[in-house]
Design a protein around this ligand. Structure first.
Ligand code: ADP
Length: 162
């Protein structure tokens, strides 16, 4: 059975991520969406909150699992018996960083390959950071995230609930 891992921050999960998950789930037996628990990176949502939002977003896909991990992605991949990492590419600005990561991971674990799925044009401009900026200023985020996530964002910024 082939297992792919889609790692990321997902702070929070957007329709861009969900599009990648949907497409990746079709090309593998099992897809694990893996939230990196990175203590150095400041995130808006806790790992538990991010897991909850991803689980809600992927409930329609029956071969998708959601987990968090700490430490090196290569060690996590080995522990899951996976040799394939999925990442999404939006603009050319993503490329340099993604190339560096993929090459480093391959140096660390020779059998590990990274597969890049090109963004759906509809969501090519969508990122977790811009979604957070829009939400912080009380903008409508419903085009970018699911209603469940939009609600969490609004609560986080204490909009409409104070
Ligand atoms: P990270 O901090 O690891 O980059 P992100 O949650 O920002 O975590 O992104 C995870 C992956 O999803 C990355 O490969 C990123 O390029 C991809 N991604 C994010 N937004 C989109 C989008 N709108 N379309 C396609 N891929 C995306």
């Amino acid at each position: 059975m082939k297992t792919c891992i889609y790692p990321g921050s997902f702070d929070p999960i957007t329709y861009g991520h969900i599009d990648i998950i949907e497409r990746a789930s079709k090309i593998t037996d099992k897809l694990i969406v893996a939230v990196l628990n990175n203590h150095d990176k400041q995130s808006l949502f806790s790992v538990e909150e991010r897991l909850e939002m991803i689980k809600d977003s992927v409930k329609g896909f029956n071969n998708v699992e959601v987990e968090s991990f700490e430490g090196l992605l290569v060690d996590y991949a080995k522990s899951k018996d996976s040799r394939l990492i999925i990442r999404g590419l939006r603009a050319v600005t993503d490329f340099e960083y993604e190339l560096q990561m993929a090459q480093t991971n391959r140096e660390l674990y020779k059998d590990l390959d990274t597969v890049f799925l090109l963004t759906n044009l509809k969501y090519s401009y969508v990122s977790s950071s811009t979604v957070k900026q829009v939400a912080a200023f009380d903008g409508d985020v419903n085009k970018f995230v699911t209603p469940f996530v939009a609600d969490k964002l609004m609560r986080k910024y204490n909009k409409h609930f104070v």
